[in-house]
Design a protein around this ligand. Structure first.
Ligand SMILES: Cc1cc2nc3c(=O)[nH]c(=O)nc-3n(C[C@H](O)[C@H](O)[C@H](O)COP(=O)(O)O)c2cc1C
Length: 211
């Protein structure tokens, strides 16, 4: 059974949003391509500024593209490599930095990173609903990832993403086992949402809205 670490929420959430968390204990069990198709379909239908869909994903599965999978592992920093090598699916999530229209010169897409993040967020919720786990990583060498995956100029490699089924916590190094079992936390509700003007706390974020 996967380790459950449901969010301690200040309001009821859609079940996969509450259940999602970022594990390190991945099972090497392969993820069927139909399940992967569903995940990237969730990403595909994310909203984006101007419907520009700047996201691109380089996906390497341990069974389908073992050499590419090993190359991707090699781009991760040591702290991530220690656990992510077991994830049967590794992804480099990239984004296109410019908007090109046939009738206009190319211009910068100020929302390229935002839109990629939203696509991965959709993927993460779909994954949780389907019994899969994902763990995003900023800890990798972006230049090495660009070279390893042949990412062209004009695109940024933004995050690595490990995808798979939950594995065995005992397979992790001891320090990672402790982190894996640690509780999850967030800033208290009400410290991020203002009412009308910065610093005027939106009290309805943590109580029944009476204030
Ligand atoms: C853009 C991004 C980069 C991250 N980079 C790493 C990373 O390099 N290594 C890691 O172990 N976790 C990484 N994480 C996972 C976060 O640490 C994790 O989402 C956060 O602690 C909240 O935990 P939760 O996802 O279990 O709720 C990253 C998450 C995001 C969204």
């Amino acid at each position: 059974m996967p380790l459950a670490k449901p969010a301690d929420t200040a309001a009821p959430l859609h079940p996969p949003l509450r259940a999602r968390w970022s594990p390190r204990a991945f099972s090497p069990r392969p993820v069927p391509s139909a399940a992967l198709r569903t995940l990237f379909e969730a990403a595909r239908w994310a909203p984006s500024s101007g419907n520009n869909q700047p996201w691109r994903f380089v996906v390497a599965t341990i069974d389908g593209e073992p050499e590419a999978h090993a190359r991707l592992v090699g781009c991760l920093n040591e702290g991530n490599r220690r656990w992510a090598f077991r994830a049967p699916v590794l992804v480099f999530a990239c984004t296109k930095l410019t908007i090109e229209r046939p009738d206009r010169p190319p211009r910068d897409n100020a929302h390229a990173w935002y839109d990629l993040g939203q696509a991965v967020a959709h993927l993460s919720v779909q994954a949780t609903a389907d019994g899969l786990f994902i763990h995003q990583m900023a800890g990798f060498d972006a230049a090495a990832a660009r070279a390893a995956c042949g990412v062209p100029e004009g695109f940024d490699v933004v995050t690595a993403v490990a995808i798979g089924y939950f594995g065995d916590v005992e397979d992790l190094d001891e320090d990672l086992q402790v982190r894996e079992r640690a509780s999850r936390g967030r800033r208290v509700a009400g410290e991020s949402v203002w009412r009308g003007r910065w610093d005027d706390r939106a009290t309805w974020t943590w109580d029944d809205g009476a204030a």
